[in-house]
Design a protein around this ligand. Structure first.
Ligand SMILES: CCCC(=O)SCCNC(=O)CCNC(=O)[C@H](O)C(C)(C)COP(=O)(O)OP(=O)(O)OC[C@H]1O[C@@H](n2cnc3c(N)ncnc32)[C@H](O)[C@@H]1OP(=O)(O)O
Length: 468
């Protein structure tokens, strides 16, 4: 059946596609939720002379199935055939959490920005002359076979007005760099008139944000002047000189109450976009990210993405198996095998501890995700963790000489259900300098601290479960 575009996540254009180059667009449904599904889109450009292929953009769109005659339809889950399908399927769930939580994060940042109202730039210019409006009539080539205007067509029209708006400020041809996450609030159809209203919201050193509001009218609504607000999007442009260097944009000053809101909105969106970019593109060992409510969702996404990728990597080797060697104090547990696996990739070493536990997976999940309980089975943890398995920096808890702080880069649990009353718990850890001594002592046989901790973990889970 046909589908409508519900929303588009942030789109960043990494590379320009030029006349004469070959564009490849690859798309795949990553996950079906209830009535909506996430589609991953990868656009690459190939140079015909050199064959060099570059990524233009990787984006995610959400579509909703629309049965003929209205109503809702529940989608079947997608079949996962490869490791990549499994990975994207888990990550799609996290991306959905981010997109559905976006409005809340944005509103929180807006509340904060309302407290800091200062516009003291001397040379700042007004944005009033950047207002651009155009009207388009939706014709059959602009729509699908049900007469719904294509989301991509609406985006193309938005880009035209937005780039004219941006050019009024930079006096050159602006280059579209990014489009902020947006939602199609309501449909438009063949025969509708679409009015696009663009205005510059704010400028940053080398970029400008233009907001575009789209209103739809059928004939009756046009006569009565009753528009339907179907979409608002925010486009970010750069401007280049003849040498390809970025041009600076003049600072702007908001003059009306509405423009103050738009001015702050652009700052909040930029903060979210940059945070997302920093967190999602972070590579290698680096100091932990600072935690803020505005980046919570992205931190959580990047933790889960990194852990899911680590768990899915081929090449895990069993280093040790502990099966019938159960110390006396644990003998009441019976036979519980523990396996220690390692994974090497270049200079990166990771380990996995696999434990058979006689508790249902949802119980193990809830007990292990409560980090205030971790001290009960892991004596290496002196402070309870309450947010994430990857370290974050908290301004409220600065470094103290009496504590040696070890960073956790990528660590966590995977819990596989083994029927209704038991599960396999795997603990992963991408080794950092703080963890290295424990692993080294364990691998050389001089310590059994990992096995002991694993057995404590099993005991803790099973005892807590028996109390439930
Ligand atoms: C072939 C191309 C055709 C096109 O490009 S169509 C052109 C552009 N798009 C449109 O005209 C769509 C206009 N919008 C609409 O019709 C409605 O807003 C739309 C998308 C059907 C949603 O209707 P609602 O009444 O909001 O329904 P609902 O609250 O029950 O949500 C339905 C499913 O959509 C999801 N959703 C809502 N807002 C979202 C967002 N911002 N990002 C991602 N997903 C979102 C929502 O979670 C729900 O999904 P699920 O059922 O839980 O799987």
């Amino acid at each position: 059946m046909s589908c409508v575009t519900a929303s588009m996540d942030d789109i960043e254009f990494e590379e320009a596609a030029r006349v004469g180059q070959i564009i490849a667009i690859r798309t795949k449904v990553n996950r079906a939720f209830k009535t909506s599904m996430e589609v991953g889109i990868k656009v690459t450009v190939q140079d015909v002379l050199t064959n060099a292929e570059k990524i233009v953009s990787v984006a995610y769109a959400t579509y909703v199935a629309k049965p003929v005659g209205g109503g809702k339809v529940e989608l079947k889950p997608v079949q996962l055939l490869s490791a990549e399908d499994h990975l994207e399927h888990s990550l799609a769930f996290e991306r959905r959490r981010i997109r559905l939580g976006y409005v809340q994060v944005f509103q929180k940042l807006m509340q904060e920005s309302n407290k800091e109202d200062t516009f003291e730039e001397k040379d700042a210019v007004s944005t009033e002359h950047t207002h651009v409006q155009s009207t388009e009539l939706v014709l059959p080539p602009h729509a699908n076979h049900h007469g719904n205007t294509f989301g991509g067509q609406i985006m193309a029209w938005m880009q035209t007005v937005a780039s004219i708006s941006a050019s009024r400020l930079c006096r050159s041809h602006p280059l579209l760099k990014a489009v902020n996450m947006f939602k199609f609030w309501g449909p438009s159809f063949v025969g509708d008139r679409l009015v696009f209203k663009a205005i510059v919201n704010n400028t940053f050193h080398n970029s400008v944000e233009v907001g575009v509001r789209v209103e739809a009218y059928n004939c009756e609504e046009w006569i009565k002047d009753q528009p339907r607000h179907i979409n608002s999007a925010f486009l970010i442009f750069n401007a280049l000189n003849d040498k390809g260097e970025l041009l600076p944009f003049p600072r702007v000053k908001p003059t009306a109450q509405d423009s103050v809101r738009r001015y702050h909105g652009a700052i909040a969106r930029r903060r979210i976009r940059l945070t997302r970019k920093c967190i999602l593109s972070a590579k290698g060992d680096k100091p932990s990210d600072a935690w803020e409510t505005s980046n919570q969702a992205y931190l959580s996404y990047s933790n889960i993405a990194a852990l899911t990728r680590l768990a899915g990597k081929p090449g895990w080797d069993i280093t040790k198996t502990l099966d019938n060697v159960i110390p006396f104090e644990f003998s009441m547990l019976g036979f519980r095998p523990v396996k220690i696996w390692t994974h090497e990739e270049g200079a990166v070493l990771s380990f996995k501890v696999e434990m058979q536990v006689k508790v249902p997976s949802h119980v193990a999940f809830s007990l292990l995700s409560d980090f205030s309980l971790r001290q009960r089975w892991d004596r290496h943890f002196l402070e309870p963790y309450t947010v994430a398995v990857r370290s974050v920096t908290l301004r409220a808890v600065p470094p103290r000489p009496e504590f040696c702080r070890s960073e956790i880069l990528c660590a966590g649990f995977q819990i596989h259900s083994e029927g209704s009353s038991s599960c396999t718990v795997c603990y992963f850890n991408q080794v950092t300098s703080g963890v290295m001594p424990y692993l080294a002592a364990n691998l050389t046989g001089s310590s059994k601290s990992i096995e002991d901790t694993a057995l404590e973990c099993i005991k803790f889970l099973e005892l807590e479960d028996s109390k439930c």
